[in-house]
Design a protein around this ligand. Structure first.
Ligand code: NAD
Length: 257
C-alpha cells in the first residue's frame, strides 16, 4: 500500500487527488497538509507542515504554491520520502530546490499530469518535424479566473518544446500583442493567456502556413484528468531510485528530466 501525504489538500487539485485515491485500492491518504484555516473537520489527519507528519517511504503529492513546492522538496529530501510535484509558476530558486531534492529522493515534476497533454506534446513534435520552419506557431491557453500564474506552465512547456525544435530561445516568445507591433517575425512563438469562468485547462497550438493551418487542442474538463496522472506518478516514484523524472517515465519514453 502506498502512503500518500497530500500537500495543498484543501485546494482544487488536492481534493481531486483525494477523490482519485479513494477509488484506488493500492494507495491510501495518510495525511493532509494545508494552512490551518483551510482544514476540513472530520476528514482525516491534517497538519500545517510536512515535518509534523512525514516519514521515510511516504509519497508526497504536492499541488500548493511555489513556496509550498520548494518546502515540500526540502522536507522530502530530509525525510527520505518521494515527491510528485505539480505546482506551476516556480522561480528559478524554487526549481533549484526541487532539483537538489532529486539528488536524494525520487521526484517527478510535471506542469500537466493529464495523459492527453502528454499525447499532444508528442503530436506537436511530430507535426513540427513534418512542417517547414516558415509555419508560424501560436499557443493559446484558457483557464479559470482564479488561476494565479500566466501563461500556464503547460503553455510554457509547449512553447519551450516548439522553440527547441526550431532552434530558438525563450527570447522568441511573444506574450500577447498590443498596438502597432509590426509584422510577425518567423522566429516568434506567440503565447496567449485567456482567463475566465471555471475553465479547468484548455491548450491550443496553432500551426499556420500559407493558406492552411493545423490546430492541436487539448481540453481538460475535469481535474480528475490530472489527479489520475498524479497517482500514476506516485506509483512510479514509490519504487524509483533518486532522480528528477517527467511524466514520460510513467508513459514510457525518455526517463530523466
Ligand atoms: P488552489 O488554490 O485551489 O489550492 C492550493 C492549496 O494549497 C490551498 O488550499 C492552499 O491553502 C494550499 N497551500 C498553498 N501554499 C501552501 C503551503 N506552503 N503549504 C501547504 N499548503 C499550501 O490551487 P489549485 O487549483 O489546486 O492549484 C495548485 C497548483 O497546482 C497551481 O500552481 C496550479 O497551477 C497547479 N496545477 C497543476 C496541474 C498539473 O497537472 N501539474 C493541474 C492543475 C493545477
Amino acid at each position: 500500500m502506498i502512503r500518500l501525504v497530500v500537500v495543498g489538500a484543501a485546494g482544487r487539485m488536492g481534493r481531486a487527488v483525494e477523490a482519485a485515491a479513494a477509488g484506488a485500492s493500492d494507495v491510501t491518504v495518510k495525511a493532509r497538509v494545508d494552512r490551518a484555516e483551510n482544514w476540513e473537520a472530520g476528514s482525516g489527519v491534517w497538519s500545517a507542515t510536512l515535518e509534523e507528519c512525514l516519514e521515510r517511504g511516504d509519497v508526497v503529492v504536492e499541488f500548493s504554491s511555489p513556496e509550498g513546492a520548494a518546502a515540500a522538496a526540502r522536507a522530502c529530501a530530509a525525510r527520505g520520502a518521494a515527491l510528485v510535484s505539480g505546482t506551476t509558476g516556480l522561480t528559478a530558486a524554487e526549481e533549484a530546490a526541487v532539483r537538489e531534492a532529486a539528488a536524494r529522493v525520487a521526484v517527478l515534476r510535471a506542469a500537466n499530469f493529464s495523459l492527453g497533454i502528454a499525447a499532444l506534446r508528442r503530436a506537436l513534435a511530430a507535426a513540427l518535424d513534418a512542417l517547414p520552419a516558415a509555419w508560424d506557431v501560436e499557443i493559446v491557453e484558457r483557464h479559470h479566473r482564479r488561476k494565479l500564474d500566466s501563461p500556464s506552465g503547460t503553455a510554457l512547456a509547449l512553447a519551450r518544446e516548439a522553440a527547441a525544435r526550431r532552434g530558438l530561445g525563450e527570447d522568441a516568445f511573444i506574450y500577447g500583442r498590443h498596438g502597432r507591433v509590426g509584422a510577425r517575425a518567423a522566429a516568434e512563438i506567440g503565447v496567449h493567456a485567456v482567463r475566465g469562468g471555471s475553465w479547468v485547462g484548455d491548450h491550443e497550438v496553432l500551426l499556420a502556413g500559407e493558406g492552411e493551418w493545423i490546430e492541436l487542442r487539448h481540453v481538460a474538463s475535469d481535474r480528475a484528468a490530472f489527479a489520475h496522472g498524479a497517482l500514476a506518478a506516485a506509483r512510479f516514484v514509490a519504487t524509483a531510485p533518486p532522480g528528477l523524472y517527467t511524466l514520460d517515465a510513467v508513459l514510457g519514453g525518455p526517463q530523466r528530466a
